[in-house]
Ligand binder design. Structure first.
Ligand code: AMP
Ligand code: MN
Ligand code: MN
Ligand code: MN
Length: 279
């Protein structure tokens, strides 16, 4: 069984349409897929399970949150797409992302880069706008040659585009996911570059606030990271999730379904849904 429970479509900063994303997942041998766009469920809402009998689709989302002034991503899986709490949360995030984009643009203007908001919006279209759309604008204008360079110079940690104050508290986001009958998962804990002590504090806070699982595997990663995160998970009796964080073709380290297995000691998050389906 290959479950890929983290990937992005054109509804946020991914490159493939929801339909093309599901088809690619099937070609990659994935049998359970969650599309987890940033702060939107548009992709999940537009897909019809009946069109894809060969794959199980789990409704998902990746929320941007704040914890002690640090940006933390929380995945919601198996969420009720009809939830009014979820709909209100997504509306709030849409406003937050739009205001944040204006702030990023103002900061870039101070560095001599004009019209970044309009430029990024033209790349985002109807998608939830994010820094990758600014990266595409910066490349199109010739300021940088690659997304990596755009983040290194303008958008990454400590740079002009690193704006976090618009995100809701992690605690509130976990509450939104739970109230939509979903499972709240701490996304890619290794990406926050925390010390062991800080990472343990984050996992403890996440659990205390109602979080249920940890993303033990995020794309291709060193085995010692998998072991460390597996222990973070089992020490607390949390469930374990896994996903590629696929954003588009051309990034072989995050191809759909292509990552290592969860450690045997971990209880996978899909047990929750299988128990429910059986019972
Ligand atoms: P945002 O949602 O606006 O905070 O943007 C975060 C997104 O930017 C992540 O989900 C990645 O898709 C992308 N990203 C983050 N860091 C980098 C990087 N160094 N190079 C390319 N893309 C990145
Ligand atoms: Mn992204
Ligand atoms: Mn993320
Ligand atoms: Mn992601």
């Amino acid at each position: 069984m290959i479950a890929d429970l983290h990937c992005h479509s054109t509804a946020s900063d991914g490159e493939l349409s929801p339909d093309a994303l599901v088809r690619r997942a099937m070609e990659c041998g994935v049998d359970t897929l969650a599309i987890t766009d940033h702060d939107t469920v548009d992709a999940c809402a537009e897909l019809h399970a009946a069109d894809f009998p060969a794959i199980r689709l789990i409704p998902g989302i990746e929320f941007s949150t704040r914890w002690h002034n640090m940006g933390v991503h929380v995945i919601g899986l198996d969420i009720d797409l009809e939830s009014t709490t979820l709909a209100a949360a997504i509306r709030q995030q849409k406003v937050a992302r739009r205001e944040r984009a204006a702030e990023i643009s103002a900061r870039l203007a101070k560095r001599g880069i004009e019209d970044a908001l309009d430029g990024a919006l033209s790349f985002a279209g109807n998608a939830q706008i994010g820094r990758p759309h600014f990266a595409r604008f910066l490349i199109a204008r010739g300021y940088v040659r690659s997304p990596g360079e755009a983040f290194r110079k303008y958008l990454g940690a400590g740079k002009a585009g690193d704006v976090k104050q618009y995100w809701p508290e992690m605690r509130d986001v976990i509450g939104w996911i739970r109230s939509a009958n979903g499972t709240a998962i701490l996304a890619h804990p290794a990406k926050y570059k925390l010390t062991n002590v800080r990472l343990a504090a984050l996992a403890d806070a996440f659990q205390t606030e109602g979080g249920q699982a940890i993303e033990v595997i995020s794309g291709q990663q060193p085995i010692d990271v998998t072991r460390r995160l597996g222990k973070l998970c089992t020490d607390r009796g949390l469930l374990a999730s896994c996903g590629s964080d696929f954003h588009g073709p051309g990034q072989p380290w995050s191809e759909l379904g292509r990552f290592g297995s969860l450690p045997d000691s971990c209880r996978p998050v899909w047990e929750l849904w299988q128990d429910r389906d059986r019972g």
